[in-house]
Every structure is written in structure tokens, then in C-alpha cells.
Design a protein around this ligand. Sequence first.
Ligand code: ATP
Length: 463
Amino acid sequence: MTETTLETITALAKRRGFVYPTSEIYGGLASSYDYGPLGTELLRNIRNLWWREMLHKRPDMVGLDSQILLHPETWVASGHVASFTDPLVEDKETHKRYRADHLIEQWLAANPGKDDVAVEELTLAEMGEFIERNKVLSPEGNEISKPKAFNILFESAIGAVEGEKSKVYLRGETAQGIFSNFRQIVDSSRVRLPFGVGQIGKSFRNEITTGQFVFRTLEFEQAEIEYFFDPESTEWEPVFKEWQDAMWKFITETLGINEENLRWRRHSDKERSFYSKETYDLDYQFPFGFQELWGIAYRTDYDMQAHLKHSGRKLEYIDSQQGGKRIVPHVIEPALGINRVFLMLLCDAYWEDEENQRTVLRFKPSLAPYKVAVFPLLKNKPELVEKARGIFNNLLDHMTVTWDDRGNIGKRYYYQDEIGTPFCVTVDFDSLEDDAVTVRERDSATQERVKVSDLLAYLQERI
Ligand code: ATP
């Protein structure tokens, strides 16, 4: 099999309307992308499947949609203002900025066996020593500065009167809105510990790095869960394991990703945040190597205690079944990046079918932007067009359908394969006689004759 490169995926994504560089007419914006008509559908499918599997199918989960702009004290309490940083180095000639850990990783890959460090575990000072010891240069070949901590929270301001503006931050993660709403959720709904809150929404990080397409962008979408429990009555290990299993099942079964391209990576004691008792990353093998897709951490009661202290509010759960016992719950947090799932799906689905000389996105039908394409064999034959239109309109009530009457059938198949449409339905002259259509399946390229009256059931069964 030919190796799928990020360039191939990026080009296909642009050509077919999955992802465009943002603001292209103005020359683009670093690490920022827009999702085109097909990308938008794919994103919606990812979100909906995640929501269904993680929230709707679990009686112990509820949803939330909190603000991007939260009270700025939130980010002081959470520790983001003080320490949400990336290690930054600057090219001494061009003044371009890079992430020190990324330059070290690249150096290690280019110089196998010459030094040996676990990059994730290095402190700023240790990165500086590594850079000095190995004379690590910028990608342009120039000397680089010592690494500094660079805060990646985006700042903005509220207020119409200049000089009276108050600073706010665009949220760096969605999770904090869950913590700050904890009491309101408990008081206004019927949840009982243990329970979880899930949220999907945009987050923002002033990331230094560039060049990994939608893997790492300034603005991105997260799907995060905080699962709250009383550590005195619930052991954390089984809950952690249960969420790990749910994550794995979602990626392999719901999204249909090949297990060979997945791995769990446990954070070492040194890499893990001081408050976390256990952290794993679920990594996917992207064209640029295994990288984090989904993280899961047991964060103890660190966040709840921090907000309790900073807000002065009692962020407790009062357990009436335990005689009014006051509990500051602990949490387990599975945090997923929707855009990384998106990129993974494009990479995993991409297939160059050499035998049939075509490119195919082999999405699971539930993920495909369009489930079916309907064609009249010829666009200048009104009776074919009319019959095809009827079928098209009928299907619209049940699934996403696209219409195509350009070029010949071969070209239409080629195009639908490239955007991952699992079924193509063609209305031909025989259809006018036998009231049947040709249904062609994407991956096998096989064709079957199906009665129009059976078509909906036929497609639904396969989707
Ligand atoms: P990384 O180490 O790759 O920067 P992280 O450990 O900082 O990621 P988390 O803070 O755990 O990431 O965020 C949860 C999830 O959000 C990640 O697993 C990832 O899927 C996604 N994510 C984080 N940063 C970005 C980004 N800049 N662009 C796209 N997705 C992101």
C-alpha cells in the first residue's frame, strides 16, 4: 500500500471542500482553517456520534454549553494564568518562534542514538541544556535562544469605553465551565454522584507551532467530560478503566478505526501534572507519527478545591442518602479534540485503489457526509431526470443525499468515491420499464439492481 502523506490529505481536503485555509483571500492566517461543505458534515457526524455514545446512551451523563468568555478569575483559579505555557525558543537571526520540545524531537529523529532523553519529561532548564549540549539549531539552520515559558491563553477585553476595559480570556479548554457550573447542575437537575457532565465547544490556544494541518490549530473544538465521584464510596481505578474502555470502543467500533494505528501511552510520574494520579493518552498514528488524540486523567479534587478557594462558594455535593455528608467530588476527565478525530478519519479512510485507478475515502457510512448520490443516466432526458428527482426527494427525508448529473457515470463515481459517498443510485432507461435502479457500492465497486420500492430499506439496512 502506498503511504498516505499529510500533503495528499491536505490537498484532497481542499480540492473536495473538506478544509480550506482560512481567510485565503487575505493570504491566510497561521494555523487556522475553515471547514467547507463536506468538512462541516463530517464534523457534525463526529460530534453527534460522540454525544450519542458518551451522553445519550448513559443515564449518568448530562450535557452543558458554557461560554467561551468566562469570568477571568476562572483561569487564575485553574492555574492557566500562571502556568498554561509552551516552551518557546526564538531563531536568533529570523526571530521566528518555535517550540523547544518540537525542535528537540526533530533533532532526536534526525540523529538517532546520539542522545537519549524523554522529551515529555524535560523541564525548561533541561531543554536548554539539551539544546546547548547538542547545538540544536532552528529549521533555518540558525542558533536559537534559551527556552522561555510562553503563556498560550488568548487575551481579549470587555468594555466599550477605552481605558475601562477589563481583561478576559478566550477559554483554553472547555472543562472549566463544567467545574464552575457544578453546583448549578446539581441543584437544577436530578443527577446523583457518581455522574458526569459532557460538553463540546471551541477552545483557543496561542500555539507556537505550525505545519500539522488541523492537528494543532489556534482555534479548535474539544469534547470534554468531567466525571464526578465520591472517592470514599467509589474506587477510582474501575471508573478510570471503564472510561478508557468507552474511549477505545468509540474509536474502534463507532468510528471504525483500525486498532493497529492506536496505542495507549501512560504519562510517567515526571510528565504528569502534580495533582493528577493517573494520565493516559490515546494516540493515533498520523502520517507524522503517533500523536495524542484523546487524553484521560484522574485529576483528584484539584479543580474543585481551586474553584472553591477562589470563589469562596461551597462547591460541594450534599449527599442526603449519607445523612447530609458534604463531599468535594473527585473527577476523571476524558478530553478529546474533535478536529484531531476529523484528521484521523481522513487519514484512516484514505485509500488509493490501484486496481480501479481511483481514490476512495472509506468512511463508515454513519460518518460519510453524503450517504447516497442519485444520478439520472443522462441529464437531457426529462423522463430520467424526473424519475431520479422523485427518488432523490424521497430519500432526502431519511438521509443526506447529493445529486449529480454532470459528465458521465464513470466521472460521477470517481468524484463520489473521493468524498466517501457509500452508495450511488443511477436511474437509466430500464428504470422506466422495470421500476428498478442500479445501486453501486463504494468500496467493492459492485452494482446491484434494486426495486425503487425497496430502495429506502436497502440503503437503511446498509447505513
Ligand atoms: P498537546 O500535548 O498535543 O498540545 P494537550 O495535552 O495540551 O495536547 P489537552 O489539554 O489534554 O491537550 O486537550 C485535550 C484534547 O484537545 C487533546 O487530546 C487534543 O485532541 C485536543 N487539542 C489540544 N490542543 C489542540 C490544538 N491546538 N488543536 C487541536 N486540538 C487540540
